[in-house]
Design a protein around this ligand. Structure first.
Ligand code: FCB
Length: 477
């Protein structure tokens, strides 16, 4: 591994990312209604340590301090999410202006700091009232999502240039409605497949609403997986095929290839009868986008396995006869995720080859959870995280050299935060959060990323590089 900064194009966007429920806290302030995560966290045994997002990083009250840290970091852009239940406490009706006021203040603070805001409309915090009426299994939620998108864009569309409809619908649908590891904690077959579809319909309807509001850029964030067979056997390769349908093609095919995945019958059997789909769905879902957001953390190695549930009626949508295999040839983060950066390059080049109609890519999340500690010198020497980030940025640079159109990269995450089912025990931040005091301590990775961005900006100014004419290698000289 080299100590040099990876070579990236002159106009490459450097950013950092967070999500509302993971950092904001203030769960019942200024009229915010309950979301499915508030409910889920209160169910015994769901979250490690019984944690909730009630306080989290208290960002709702400390956003000025956090924006100052972003400014010092030097990022071009900041990706955050808007909490639907702040804007519409029950998921319907007029906007709760006090909820929108928070994002208005945050947006203005970012702009004053010279940071371009990138807003995600749905990072998993569905208003509980909509879940009570069927949640993402039903079309009504998709329609409500578009109404919510219109309300937010009417208030903030003039100042926020970049809009992401959904974050990782794979997790919302399959962890939320099939494995039950995320809110609302359902374990279903058809219901989860219907949720996958209605999330995409909601995305399509929200794209229309955002376009009507005249915002600059619209995209969606997916978490396509790099899936590897454990062996070269036919059975393992077929297992990977089924997982390609579940993890990747369910999203990418309707969004970028104008079709539903071809492998549905093989993956799901009779469960995949498509009964929840309607005329015109594909056209709606496939509306042109300005970018595709990619979240990537690790590859997944799979082997063929029997069904976990022999009963096809109660079987969940993730029961597609695959099992994940542990690897012993690479380091693992504290999430238990293998660190294998070249697979990131492979994923990006492969996606570009498979989907000719793909829009430009933005890496909207990448980062690692490490066993950080505060040293006696008061600092956090997170060299594993620096290595992870450098090697993954290098993988992105390699993909760009191979012809992939990647426009930017957001580190997950700005701050240590509430890591969903894992609670507060997994730290992804460039900045450590001491939860009892809410003190922020920039880690060594923060300083490393700041230096990288500064070096890049310096080169950009020095060479007066015009984006169109220069490649990544030239920019790095
Ligand atoms: C992604 C989520 C993000 C964060 C990271 C670690 O799946 O989008 O909120 O939890 O994983």
């Amino acid at each position: 591994m080299s100590d040099a900064f990876p070579a990236l194009p002159a106009d490459f966007v450097f950013g950092a990312a967070t999500a509302a429920y993971q950092i904001e806290g203030a769960h019942d302030e200024d009229g915010r209604g309950p979301s499915i995560w508030d409910t889920y966290c209160r169910e015994p045994g769901r979250i490690e340590g019984g944690a909730t997002g009630d306080v989290a990083c208290d960002h709702y009250h400390r956003y000025r301090e956090d924006v100052a840290l972003l400014k010092e970091l030097g990022v071009d852009s900041y990706r955050f999410s808007i909490a639907w239940p702040r804007v519409q406490p029950t998921g319907t009706g007029p906007a709760n202006q006090r909820g929108l006021d928070f994002y208005d203040r945050l947006t203005d603070e970012l702009l004053a700091a010279g940071i371009s805001p990138a807003a995600t409309l749905y990072h998993w915090d569905l208003p509980q009232a909509l879940e009570d009426r069927g949640g993402w299994r039903v079309r009504e939620t998709a329609q409500r999502f578009a109404e919510y998108a219109a309300l937010v864009a009417a208030r903030l569309g003039d100042r926020i240039p970049r809009w992401i409809t959904l974050n990782e619908p794979f997790c919302a649908a399959f962890l939320g409605y099939a494995t039950g590891r995320h809110a609302p904690g359902a374990r279903e077959g058809r219901g989860a497949l219907a949720a996958a579809h209605q999330l995409l319909v909601g995305h399509g309807l929200a794209v229309r609403a955002l376009r009507a509001a005249g915002v600059a850029e619209v995209g969606i964030t997916l978490n396509p997986d790099r899936l590897l067979p454990a062996t070269d056997s036919v059975a393992d390769r077929e297992a990977v095929r089924r997982a390609e349908t579940l993890h990747n093609e369910t999203w990418l095919d309707p969004l970028f290839a104008g079709r539903y995945p071809r492998g549905e019958a093989e993956a799901w059997g009779p469960m995949a009868d498509g009964s929840w789909r309607e005329e015109g769905g594909l056209e709606l879902i496939g509306a042109p986008l300005d970018f595709l957001g990619i979240n990537y953390y690790r590859p997944i190695t799979l082997t063929a396995a029997p069904h976990r549930d022999p009963d096809p009626v109660t079987r969940t949508a993730t029961d597609i006869r695959v099992a994940e295999c542990a690897r012993d040839d690479v380091r693992h983060t504290t999430m238990g995720w293998p660190v294998d950066p070249p697979t990131f390059t492979d994923l990006l080049t492969d996606l570009t080859a498979r989907y000719p109609a793909l829009p430009p890519l933005l890496i909207t999340e990448n980062g690692s959870a490490e066993a950080d500690t505060v040293s006696p010198d008061g600092r956090v020497h997170d060299t594993d995280r620096i290595d992870y980030l450098r090697d993954h940025l290098t993988a992105v640079a390699d993909a760009i050299r191979a012809g992939v159109d990647v426009r930017g990269y957001y580190v997950w995450s700005l701050l240590d935060n509430f890591e969903w089912a894992r609670g507060y025990g997994r730290r992804f931040g460039l900045i450590r959060v001491d939860y009892p005091t809410q003190q922020r301590i920039p880690k060594d990775s923060y300083h490393w990323y700041r230096d990288l961005i500064a070096a890049h900006h310096h080169d950009r100014t020095r060479h007066h590089i015009s984006t169109a004419q220069h490649t990544g290698e030239q920019a790095a000289r």
